[in-house]
Structure formats: C-alpha cells, structure tokens
Design a protein around this ligand. Structure first.
Ligand code: BGC
Length: 502
C-alpha cells in the first residue's frame, strides 16, 4: 500500500491547521501544486472584513427603510406586511391542517395543538421539476391532489373542515391574513401565471376543480413567520425568524409606527395593532446594486447562469441552493488558472456538479479530521471526475469551501445583527431553521460568533439563537390557531360590549 504524505497549503489564520498530512491509497501525483499565496491572493475578495459587514448592516437597514416607506416603489427589499400581529400565548389548541410549499417537497400535515404539546401526522410529496416550471394551474392541481390523498388516507375528507394554515415560502404581497399575491418566484420555481396572482384563490380554485375537497384557509404565511411563531411558542422573547436553507430570508416584529406604508391601518375589527411581523425578503438585498462593492466575478457567474438573473443576489451568496455552485465556479477558475488539479478544469466545469452538501462534507473534513487526511474531500473530487488530485489540491479545495461558507455565515450575521440593533430590546431570541443552519458543520457557530461581534451592547443579555423546530408545519398551525383565537376573543369582546350597551 502506498501513501501520500504532504503539507497542505493552508495556514491557521482561517481556522485551518498548518500541520496537515494526507494519506491516500494511491501513488503520489506528478503534478506540482502552486503555492498557497497565489490561491489566497485569488480568493482575497471572499474574506469580508468587519468594516465591510458593518457597511452591509447600514446599507441593509437603509434598503429596509425604503421597503417600509409609503412612497418608494420598486425597492429591492420588499418588507412585506404579514398581518400577523400577535405571537402564541401558549393557550392555543385544536386541530389544524397545514400545507407547506417552499422547495422540491410539498408537505401536508394534520396538527393537534394541546397546550405545549403538538401532535403531527404528515406526508411529504415531491414536486417534480416539470411541475415547478409548468403552469400555475398544474402546480395547484398537484397540491390539491396531494392534499386529497392525505385527507383520504387520514379520514379527513368527510370530517368537518379544519382551519388551514398555508406556508408558501416565496415573496407574497399580502393585504390580509388570507390573501397574497406572489411577487416573484425564487428557488428554481417558475410556474407560469402565478406571479401577480392570489395564491390562496389559486389553491381554492384547484380544490373546486376536483370537487372532492373543501378547505378553510385561515392563514397564508411565509416559512420565516412560521419559524418565528414556532419559536415564540416556546420562548416568548422570540422576535426574529430566519431561514437559511434552499433560500434565505428573515422576518421580525416591527412597531406599526415604523411602517409608513401601513399608516392608518386598522384590522377587520377596527383595531390598530401595536406591532406586526414584517417579512423582509432580505434575499433580494443588493438587487439594486447596493452590494456591488463586495460581489465577485464568481457571484456574477452564479447569478448569470441562474433561472432568475439579477434577482435575490444576497440569497445567492448565502443559501443552500447556491453555496455549492459558488464554490464550484471558484474552483473552476482556480483550475483554469493552473492553481488546482494540474490545470485540468473539465470535471469541475460542469454546472451544479458540486452541490452544497459537498461544501458541508468538506468543511467537516476540516473539523473532524485531526490528521488532515482529507479523505472525504478526495473522495468527492474523485467522484465528480477530477483526475489529477494532489494532497495540496484537497487542502486548497477545503480552504475555498471554508471561505464560501464563512462568507455566507458572516453575511447572514450582518443581517441578523442589524435587526437586533433595530429592535433594540434587552433580550431577543432569534428562531432559526433551514438545511444550511441544521446541517452545515460550522455555519451555526460562525454565525453566532459574528453576530456577537457586530451587535452593539451587552451580548449576554441581548440575543440567543434557537433552532426552531418545524416552523413551516407547526408554525402554520400556530398562525392559524392565533388567528382563530384572536377572532373569537374579538367577537366575544364585541358581543359583550353590545349586550352591555343594550
Ligand atoms: C423566498 C422567501 C423564503 C426563503 C426561505 C426565499 O427564496 O423568497 O420567501 O422565506 O426563500 O425559504
């Protein structure tokens, strides 16, 4: 058995040990790797300074102010009112249906809330790419079809209608809790005839078309809102909900007096709430050029080849749908410059051959592999067909992956720190969910550490990140439950005031 032993070209500055050794069961490649400093120099722009992150915070808050203003049109960060103006108080109970559409899977859930307990039965259905990119009608027919199957299997078809919460994780311009027009598709969806249309009406129409199911939609919500609500159910200081998964987004509880575009708003009972959850849709931050000062030629390449060029630029630097592709285009470029794989770039040039899960696996190689053998990294590169892999290549690929994921975590930290500063409360819990946050080995720690550096004030009391369990499902039931409870409370108050005045 032969082995390769060599020193990687990475230093400890970026959290990667210098004393790495690689043992592989194959002969040493004849290719000479290029020095570390050339790779570091090429990748310099991927390392963001605190000064740049603070600038991002200022610019993002400015973009958010524009989104909240009454006069500005065509803003990048939409700041969409959600009409959710109260968080759970722990007394919510009852049976609910939840639908969850936001990625390649669609879920139908039957949720029972009983005090702090939640019982859930659910089923996951795939949304084939042909449906994601077909007609809107076909997409909603598919949703209705999955729902009918689930209701049939769970004996819900002939039971009394359950209140339904619809988690639709795309930007929706709502003008009430049960109405919302899709602003634009994201995350690879492109079904025609939905942008600009009310998605709740499309869902109801699809149910009517098949005639065997009837629904009672009591809430339409974004997954960030579900995340905030699910977290607030456990921790009443929760004021921010963040998703870092296929896409990224955040919502937060905003004071009504800071939402000029809702000036004069009263709800259906004539009440002006003090606060409302705003769905920021921060994924589109930078779409107006605001972030150009730190975007790279690689970000441009990822954007250019995406299904929605020019849109959701912040998301494309952060989320799971793009992180792997971003790493891939950097690696392709380095290979073309002769700095990796002996200059062979064919294998790494195939679009999307390097999904985000590879970035996670390679980053865990760095974390767990004390001997720095980079076994997983080697395996991944070999699997995608890279031919000339030296030990140094493995170390350098790991270096690039760590730069991409660190940058993603730091950019998200800037967004969260800005919201924490804006909310400016003594103690705020941030509910977080999404595959990148859940499964990337270092992302949560990097995120937390950078928020602590970027916020003002005493970090001990200021914030806490909390993994929010299944916001899109449980959160949808909670929004539906809160809406139902508030409606009942308001009706009771109205009837008691009218009976006392009689
Ligand atoms: C969508 C958001 C969503 C986020 C996370 C983004 O692409 O625009 O509405 O919350 O993904 O799922």
């Amino acid at each position: 058995m032969s082995s390769i032993v060599c020193h990687p070209l990475i230093d400890t500055q970026n959290g990667i040990a210098t004393d790495a050794r690689i043992k592989k069961q194959r002969p040493p490649p004849l290719v000479v790797s290029r020095p570390r400093d050339l790779i570091q120099e090429s990748c310099e722009r991927l390392v963001l300074s605190d000064q740049q992150l603070r600038r991002i915070m200022t610019l993002m808050e400015k973009s958010m102010e524009q989104g909240l203003s009454a006069s500005k049109k065509n803003v990048a960060v939409k700041m969409l009112p959600t009409y959710v103006d109260a968080v759970p108080n722990g007394t919510e109970k009852g049976d609910f249906l939840a639908l969850d559409l936001g990625g390649t899977n669609f879920r139908v859930l039957h949720i029972k809330l009983e005090g702090k307990e939640t019982k859930m039965t659910g089923k996951i259905f795939r949304v084939p790419e042909s449906i994601m990119r077909g007609t809107g009608e076909a997409l909603f027919d598919h949703i209705a079809d999955c729902m009918a199957k689930f209701m049939e299997e769970n004996n819900l078809k002939d039971a009394p209608k359950l209140p339904l919460g619809f988690t639709f994780s795309f930007p929706c311009e709502q003008d009430g809790l049960t109405k919302g027009k899709l602003v634009t598709w994201t995350k690879g969806f492109k079904a025609s005839g939905v942008e600009g249309a009310d998605v709740v009406t499309m869902l109801r129409d699809a149910c009517h078309r098949r005639k065997d199911i009837d629904i009672d939609v009591v809430a339409l919500l974004n997954d960030t809102v579900g995340t905030l609500m699910a977290c607030a159910f456990q921790e009443n200081t929760c004021q921010i909900g963040v998703i870092v998964g296929t896409g990224t987004n955040a919502c937060y509880m905003e004071r009504l007096d800071r939402i000029p575009k809702l000036a004069g708003y009263v709800d259906e009972h004539g009440v002006t709430p003090e606060e409302m959850i705003i769905n920021t849709e921060w994924g589109a931050f930078g779409d107006d050029g605001t972030m150009d000062f730190l975007r790279t030629k690689w970000d441009d390449a990822v954007d250019r080849e995406s299904i929605n060029p020019g849109q959701h630029l912040y998301e494309k630097m952060i989320s799971g749908m793009y992180m792997g592709e971003c790493a891939r285009v950097v690696l392709e470029d380095l290979a073309k410059q002769g700095l990796l794989f002996g200059g062979h770039s064919d294998a790494i040039s195939i679009p999307h051959c390097f999904p985000t899960k590879f970035v996670s696996e390679i980053d865990s190689d760095l974390l767990e592999d004390d001997d720095r053998t980079f076994q997983k990294t080697y395996q991944i590169l070999e699997d995608i067909g890279v031919e000339m892999i030296t030990a140094n290549d493995c170390a350098n690929v790991a270096y690039v992956c760590s730069l991409i994921s660190t940058r993603a975590a730091h950019l998200t930290a800037a967004g969260i720190a800005m919201l924490l500063n804006r909310i400016n409360k003594k103690q705020v819990t941030v509910g977080v969910d999404g595959s990148v946050y859940r499964f990337h080995p270092t992302y949560p720690t990097l995120l937390d550490a950078k928020i602590a550096e970027l916020i003002v004030g005493d970090i001990e009391v200021r914030y806490k990140l909390m993994l929010s369990e299944d916001g899109s499902g449980r959160g949808a039931a909670l929004v539906a439950a809160v809406a139902t409870r508030l409606k009942e409370e308001k009706l009771a108050a109205l009837s008691s005031s009218s009976s006392s005045s009689n």
